[in-house]
Design a binder for this molecule. Structure first.
Ligand SMILES: Cc1cc2nc3c(=O)[nH]c(=O)nc-3n(C[C@H](O)[C@H](O)[C@H](O)COP(=O)(O)OP(=O)(O)OC[C@H]3O[C@@H](n4cnc5c(N)ncnc54)[C@H](O)[C@@H]3O)c2cc1C
Length: 451
């Protein structure tokens, strides 16, 4: 791995040169130049000084004995997993979409079916190096002078600095995964079973709500061998298999990317679940990368909106992930079914591992199990509503039930609500310390005002 270390040093030197050249550039805020994104807000972006960090996409070192991997910030999880699995390990939490980068998941919020045991992606961080807005690079650990930035970086969405190198916890992985799908017809029983599954030995726990009387709980374990192997990267569609197959076996990499092929189920919006369209697209294009491109193009031209207007309907995108304390999960689901109506809904239990890490900008109540609800679609209505009407309903209900919302998509919080939900008093202290000249945008401007 020495050549990796040398390459990393060379990329840092090239970055220093890029920064020196930019020091003379105007007053526009800094922005991150990268090739993919999983942000889902329509932005009203002003001029930015783009910093191109796309070369920071290498895996630097894998220590299987100590259980960590050193990786550059713009490395995608697809690349990272491909390099760790041959060593018999995987990152402790692997977000489901292949293009999500390690730095993006640390600066945003990343979750997966291992989160019942290992927490969110930021709970798996051991240390990282951050490029500050003034060009300094600082090392952040839970026990050094940059401890405040270590705990303040998650959910800062590129407003305090950019992660260049991160050390993440890894887990031993076996070649295959056995998944059991347990059907339920009552939400209260479903959430109790979800919570009970987290106390047992399962390596992975998640679930899908197909309707008020149809939920499926998925629990999975690593296995060395499998009697058969399913493949959902081509003709077959993973989420459709859940109600039909009590037990399934997948190769570990196919399990980790099980939701990517059909973007959970959102590929239906681009007709990719039609057998003919599926065959035309082929396995190389059946992935979140393709759908993201199509959806951005659609957002730019407003095709879905215009077609709905022709049918006399008003539309609003509701693309959200929210975390709700498990005791309130049935109540939140009842609200979603009644007021929003998006189905299916992905659910994933999460609890930060003890000792509880106090992550400043994404505060979860210690020792409490949360359930992540992911719901991503367009809500149609006959009556016109104020912009963000349905998203506002969601925000109010999340706050009422003591939950917290991810900020990768649209938000409508007032400054007061936002300040309370995301610890803005502490954020302002971090901002004053690490970006005193205000070279990067603020979190509220970026996530709510869409700057
Ligand atoms: C439709 C959809 C589904 C999703 N599903 C899941 C899911 O299933 N599981 C899950 O875990 N997450 C999911 N996410 C959330 C995703 O993990 C976060 O949005 C994450 O921040 C995206 O990372 P990215 O690498 O694509 O970064 P981008 O989308 O490019 O950037 C996200 C933000 O992070 C900042 N950023 C990016 N890289 C860095 C860096 N190196 N240092 C500092 N800041 C940086 C950017 O400035 C930006 O503000 C989903 C998002 C969408 C839109």
């Amino acid at each position: 791995m020495d050549t990796e270390a040398t390459g990393h040093a060379a990329r840092r030197a090239a970055l220093a040169a890029q920064l020196r050249a930019r020091a003379k550039g105007g007053a526009a805020p800094l922005g991150l130049g990268k090739q993919s994104s999983n942000l889902f807000r329509d932005r009203h972006e002003g001029a930015k000084q783009r910093l191109d960090l796309s070369d920071f996409c290498h895996v630097l070192a894998i220590d299987t004995a100590e259980g960590w991997v050193d990786v550059e910030g713009l490395t995608s999880y697809e690349t990272l997993v491909a390099q760790t699995l041959p060593h018999g390990v995987m990152p402790a939490v692997v977000p489901q979409l292949k293009t999500i980068t390690v730095g993006g998941a640390a600066a945003g919020v990343g979750i997966e079916a291992t989160s019942h045991r290992w927490g969110l992606v930021h709970d798996t961080l051991l240390e990282f190096d951050v490029l500050l807005p003034d060009g300094q690079i600082v090392n952040c650990r839970p026990d050094n002078a940059q401890r405040d930035l270590f705990f303040g970086f998650p959910n800062s969405y590129g407003t305090l600095g950019y992660a260049l190198r991160l050390r993440l916890r890894t887990l031993p992985a076996k070649p295959c995964v056995k998944v059991a799908h347990l059907p339920h017809a009552d939400p209260a029983a479903f959430f109790s079973a979800l919570e009970a599954a987290c106390q047992h030995e399962a390596d992975f726990v998640d679930g899908v709500v197909f309707g008020p009387r149809q939920q499926v709980l998925n629990t999975a374990c690593f296995v060395d061998e499998a009697p058969w192997l399913s493949d959902y990267s081509d003709r077959h569609i993973y989420y459709r298999s859940l109600p039909d197959k009590p037990v399934d076996y997948l190769r570990v990499q196919d399990y980790l990317w099980r939701w990517d092929t059909d973007w959970f189920w959102c590929s239906k919006n681009v007709y990719a679940q039609n057998p003919l369209v599926r065959r035309l697209l082929g396995p190389s294009r059946l992935n979140s990368r393709t759908y993201t491109r199509i959806m951005r193009w659609n957002a730019r031209w407003g095709i879905t909106r215009r077609l709905a207007r022709l049918r006399g309907l008003h539309t609003e995108s509701v693309i959200q992930d929210v975390d709700i304390p498990v005791a309130q999960a049935p109540q939140f689901l009842a609200f979603l079914l009644r007021e929003i109506g998006i189905l299916p809904i992905w659910v994933c239990p999460v609890r930060a591992p003890l000792p509880q890490a106090p992550f400043t900008l994404f505060p979860l109540t210690p020792d409490t199990r949360y359930v992540n609800f992911g719901f991503w679609d367009v809500v149609e209505s006959r009556q016109p509503h104020a912009a963000g009407h349905f998203n506002r309903l969601v925000e109010h209900e999340v706050m009422r039930l003591g939950g917290i919302k991810s900020l990768y998509s649209e938000s409508y919080f007032t400054p007061e609500e936002f300040g309370q939900a995301y610890a803005m008093a502490q954020y302002q202290a971090l901002k004053a310390k690490y970006d005193p000249a205000g070279r990067m945008l603020g979190l509220y401007e970026k996530c709510v005002l869409r700057a």
